[in-house]
Write a protein that binds this ligand. Structure first.
Ligand code: ACO
Length: 273
């Protein structure tokens, strides 16, 4: 059964371990308004640790994935509230993209149509990305007179070769799903009528994997790209060891002996192993 966020601008279904989350402002091409950004955080929060959710798919209702930031509600109206309004709107949008980048469950962007500007934030935040061949991707900021902010330039440079990123950011031309694959923006492009089946197939593969290992792996891929080889090697040793001891009950026992049993004080010594 489809459920709606508080303001109805995000819709979601959980079925067979997969949470299908939709931008749900089709009449506004799913542009990200402050309300949508708040609702998306609410939905991500509600789904993240649910036992019946193993993979989250982010897609869009209607002809768009998302037409980027809502130029009226996110820019014009928040700017009318001064710097306070702008910063608040930024915190809310960047906040859920960050939440999604480090989400507990594997995430897949299923790009059904338009994907512009600010949409590159959640696109990059998803671990994998599949799109319709006819979907259109664009850094349209230059077309209305700003630079690709909100992380969009960073996403282009992270995912695309330098020359492609520069061309994409400066020219304001759209690319289709196939070109987005060639340029590194997404994993695969398929005819729209095959998109959901392919994403379901990928999600099922992920559902069959160890969830602790998946979380450790997706975080590792993001982290090591920022590290030197030496630091990455060290990070990976520690991340592996942390994952191995994920079910370590020691801390709980330490708290139990202090709070419930009152048999020791952590400030004065160690608990009894
Ligand atoms: N912000 C606010 N409203 C939007 C946005 C947006 N980003 N995108 C679409 N809408 C609204 C339109 O104003 C229109 O509203 P109305 O029906 O009340 O007049 C409605 O959504 C439908 O839009 P159309 O333009 O009629 O839809 P169409 O299918 O013909 O075109 C397209 C779709 C190409 C996505 C077009 O709407 C468009 O160019 N949108 C802006 C894309 C963009 O540049 N986004 C900003 C990126 S930069 C950034 O995110 C920081």
């Amino acid at each position: 059964m489809t459920e709606l966020s508080s303001n109805g601008v995000v819709a979601y279904d959980v079925e067979g371990g997969i949470a299908w989350v939709k931008f749900n402002r089709p009449d506004k091409r799913n542009a990200m308004s402050p309300t949508l950004n708040r609702d998306m955080m609410e939905v991500l929060d509600a789904l993240e640790f649910r036992e019946d959710v193993g993979v989250l798919v982010l897609t869009g209702e209607g002809s768009a994935w998302t037409a980027g930031m809502d130029l009226k509600e996110y820019f014009r109206e928040t700017e009318a509230d001064g710097l306070r309004g702008t910063r608040k709107a930024q915190r809310e949008s960047y906040g859920w993209w960050r939440r999604l980048r480090w989400y507990q469950k594997p995430t897949i962007a299923m790009v059904n149509g338009w994907c512009f500007g600010g949409g590159y934030g959640p696109l990059f935040a998803c671990d994998l990305a599949f799109a319709a061949e006819d979907a259109k991707f664009g850094l349209s900021e230059i077309n209305w007179g700003i630079l690709p902010g909100g992380g969009a330039t960073k996403v282009a440079v992270e995912l695309m070769p330098f020359r492609k990123a520069m061309y994409h950011a400066m020219m304001g031309e759209n690319i289709d799903g196939k070109t987005a694959v060639e340029w590194g923006l997404i994993n695969e492009a398929l005819p729209l009528d095959q998109l959901k089946d392919r994403v379901t197939e990928v999600a099922k593969v992920l559902l069959a994997k160890n969830p602790v290992a998946l979380k450790a792996t997706k975080d590792a891929v993001r982290r090591v790209s920022l590290l030197s080889y030496e630091d990455a090697e060290d990070y990976l040793v520690r991340a592996q060891e942390a994952a191995n001891s994920y079910d370590n009950e020691g801390r709980k026992e330490g708290i139990r002996q202090f709070i419930d049993e009152k048999s020791y004080k952590p400030g004065l010594g160690a608990y009894d192993k």
